[in-house]
Design a binder for this molecule. Structure first.
Ligand SMILES: NC(=O)c1ccc[n+]([C@@H]2O[C@H](COP(=O)([O-])OP(=O)(O)OC[C@H]3O[C@@H](n4cnc5c(N)ncnc54)[C@H](O)[C@@H]3O)[C@@H](O)[C@H]2O)c1
Length: 412
């Protein structure tokens, strides 16, 4: 039986503490008077002194008017408040006579733990970031039946204390969840992007509802049920690998056309403006990264793959050329290698010098759903001293004379 303390026993913390109390000795502390039949509510000194594990479930509130119950999208964006978490950490430092295993549950934005909290906690304590995917109304059930348990450590490794936390959870779980281990920052991201994926998804299906109301002869459920059953591309892991942006003859222009439809039927907003704008700025960010590398090393830039995907000649709607556009806009030259490309502008057959390559094509990611597992083979010789920027983070090499940069992986 473990000795556990919960700092903050509000809407989330109290129910979670009570689930833990079914198997363990659990204390709870809150600045607000709380009662429980199974959790011993006590002062902070007793809680810290008596507990081996200290879970922090205090609020990370938004400022007044930012909860989404009234319009707020016109207001300045703001971070969550961190005072209560900082207060809880300070109290652990003050009252702990021995080393504690401190577990932060509260929701914070990516980077917050490393930037704001970890420097405050005494080094004798161990720290994990462990946000919950729990919903009001079903806290106790969600706690014992989670889809996944997210555990963040300093370096993303399953360190001893993270393993101990898994062992602790195994004593209370009714299901056999996934345990997702990452850096603090990755786990902060998993939690917040999990929630915002849901917001984006609901925003999309409700937009179809708006179109149904405006256009007529559409039952939104017929549309969303067909999409919900689309497990090949939409409902599943496909398109969940960050890399080159959406491209081709259809997708970009479909978004552009829907922008027109939204205006024509006066739905009052334009989600696709944001989607297309993000696509363009993501291409620009990648382009500027390539330019930075090229200028640092005084090398030319080559985009490896000009057609919108491997094995086809079509350059229509190509994300490679969009990246190329922004490279040129930044005042740099760019060429492409692609044996199939149907647009010969700036395409060369060979690269005779070292260069900064953008590895735009990845056959395996594009076609693996068909069972085809063959990876992209180089379209030209890669000279010694080259840098390959791989936006898919899959490329490996045994060559010592070239460097591969995994774009999107900033772990040290
Ligand atoms: N409620 C949910 O469904 C849910 C789900 C997942 C994550 N979260 C996150 O968990 C955190 C807590 O959420 P909640 O809904 O339980 O909030 P809450 O406001 O209901 O509970 C927080 C509790 O902490 C107490 N508290 C405030 N400052 C304190 C301090 N300095 N020391 C000790 N206790 C203090 C409050 O009195 C309150 O009882 C938030 O970061 C939230 O985003 C909530």
């Amino acid at each position: 039986m473990a000795k556990i303390g919960f700092i903050g026993i509000g809407k989330l913390g109290l129910d979670c503490a009570e689930v833990m109390a079914e198997k363990h000795e659990v204390r709870g502390y809150d600045i607000y008077p709380r009662t429980s039949d199974s959790v011993r509510v006590c002062d902070i000194a007793e809680l810290v002194d008596e507990s081996e594990w200290i879970f922090i479930a205090v609020p990370t509130p938004h400022a007044e008017g930012y909860d989404g119950s009234v319009p707020s999208s016109h207001m300045d964006p703001k971070d969550f408040g961190h005072d209560a978490v900082i207060d809880a950490i300070n109290k652990v430092n003050t009252y702990a006579k021995t080393s504690k295993k401190v577990v932060l549950i509260s929701t914070v934005l990516p980077g917050t733990t490393r930037r704001k909290f970890i420097t405050l906690l005494d080094t004798r304590h161990q720290f994990l970031y462990n946000p919950y995917l729990i919903a009001m109304g079903s806290v106790k059930w969600d706690m014992a039946n989670p889809e996944m348990v997210i555990i963040g450590t300093e370096d993303g490794e399953l360190t001893g204390v993270a393993g101990e936390l898994i062992a602790l959870y195994k004593t209370i779980m009714n299901n056999d969840p996934r345990y997702e281990i990452g850096t603090w920052d990755e786990c902060e991201s998993i939690k917040i992007f999990y929630n915002t994926f849901i917001s984006a998804k609901v925003g999309l299906v409700n937009m179809i509802q708006d179109f149904a109301m405006k256009i007529g002869n559409i039952n939104v459920d017929v549309v969303t049920n067909a999409l919900a059953r689309s497990t090949m591309r939409i409902m599943g892991p496909k398109y969940m690998t960050a890399g080159m942006g959406d491209a081709g003859a259809c997708h970009p222009r479909d978004n552009i056309a829907l922008r027109w439809l939204a205006e024509e039927y006066k739905v009052g907003y334009d989600l696709f403006d944001t989607v297309m704008h993000a696509r363009e700025l993501q291409a620009k960010n990648l382009a500027l990264y390539l330019v930075e590398q090229a200028e640092l090393l005084n090398l030319p830039i080559v985009i490896h793959g000009k057609a919108y995907k491997p094995d086809v000649e079509y350059c229509i709607g190509s994300y490679s050329t969009l990246v190329g556009y922004y490279i040129k806009e930044a005042g740099h030259k760019v060429v492409y290698v692609d044996p199939l490309a149907d647009n010969p502008e700036d395409v060369v057959a060979a690269i005779d010098t070292p260069a900064v390559f953008l590895w735009a094509h990845n056959r395996k990611i594009t076609y693996e759903y068909t069972g085809d597992q063959v990876d992209t083979q180089p379209y030209c010789e890669i000279k010694e001293g080259s840098i390959i920027v791989d936006p898919w983070r899959k490329l490996t090499t045994t060559r010592k004379d070239i460097v591969i940069i995994q774009y999107g992986n900033t772990r040290p």
